[in-house]
Design a protein around this ligand. Structure first.
Ligand code: PEP
Length: 252
């Protein structure tokens, strides 16, 4: 069975100003000239989505980092999935651990946001991951599989759903799990997906995220059931991000 095509996705978080569009142009040119064996996505802050989409960078999809669960209404400061798609985005990250922690987003809220994203034709990138306390208590598998079960809607399909396993303690810290630990969690997520969605569950992409950089990308991306990366800090500069993308030149 062939693995699903990998996706290397950049989450810019609350970083980037108009001038950062030059990094997107540079990334697009790097891919144009040197190639990419994976799909490539950048999720800038909302303020840059229109600028980035307007650049028409053919080698890089543009997505958003979150959406509201409702399509419109009295939700001051929020942005709906419909508004995001209206700008030309194809992907929306939901349930990032920073949103779960900073905004109290439960699995139920994350699931509702995933449904909102899917309902307007976007692919929901649903994030899950354990804290360091949970890992040290031997609860990582149970925490992650519980999050996956409760955050994925029944409407999940290969075309509209991606899971991102991001251990909270690995995000922005420079620490990464062992490849054995990554494999164990990704296999557990795959098992949940297969038992719930059958064939589709075999092909829904599962990304790894947490301190991925050019120097560790090949090792992490080569792990079984790792179908790409969700990258924070190392996605901000085109050269760094392309270093991760190019790991796929060496992965069969
Ligand atoms: C993230 O924010 O999703 C992430 C993985 O960040 P970093 O790559 O900086 O650890």
């Amino acid at each position: 069975m062939t693995a699903p095509k990998a996706l290397v996705a950049g989450n810019w978080k609350m970083n980037g100003l108009k001038a950062s569009a030059s990094e997107l142009s540079k990334l697009n040119t790097l891919i144009q000239e040197k190639g990419a064996k994976c799909d490539v996505l950048i999720c800038p802050p909302y303020t840059l989505i229109n600028t980035f989409v307007s650049l028409n960078a053919k080698n890089v999809s543009i997505g958003a980092q979150d959406c509201h669960m409702n399509m419109s209404g009295a939700h001051t400061g929020d942005i709906s999935a419909e508004m995001i798609c209206d700008l030309g985005c194809e992907y929306i990250i939901v349930g990032h651990s920073e949103r779960r922690a900073d905004h109290g987003e439960s699995n139920e809220i994350v699931k509702a946001k995933a449904v909102a994203a899917q309902s307007v034709g976007a692919t929901a990138i649903i994030c899950v991951g354990e804290t360091i306390e949970q890992r040290e208590a031997g609860q990582a598998l149970q925490v992650v599989t519980t999050q996956v079960k409760a955050s994925i809607p029944d409407s999940a399909k290969v075309e509209n759903t991606i899971i991102a396993y991001e251990p909270v303690w690995a995000i922005g810290t420079g620490h990464t799990p062992t490849t054995g630990d990554v494999e164990e969690v990704h296999q557990a997520v795959r098992d949940v997906l297969q038992s719930r969605f059958g064939d589709a569950g075999r092909n829904i992409r599962i990304l790894y995220g947490g301190s991925v950089k050019a120097s560790n990308a090949l090792e992490l991306m080569s792990v079984k059931n790792v179908n790409g990366a969700l990258v924070g800090g190392a996605s901000l500069k085109a050269d760094d991000f392309y270093g991760i993308i190019s790991a796929y030149d060496k992965i069969g």
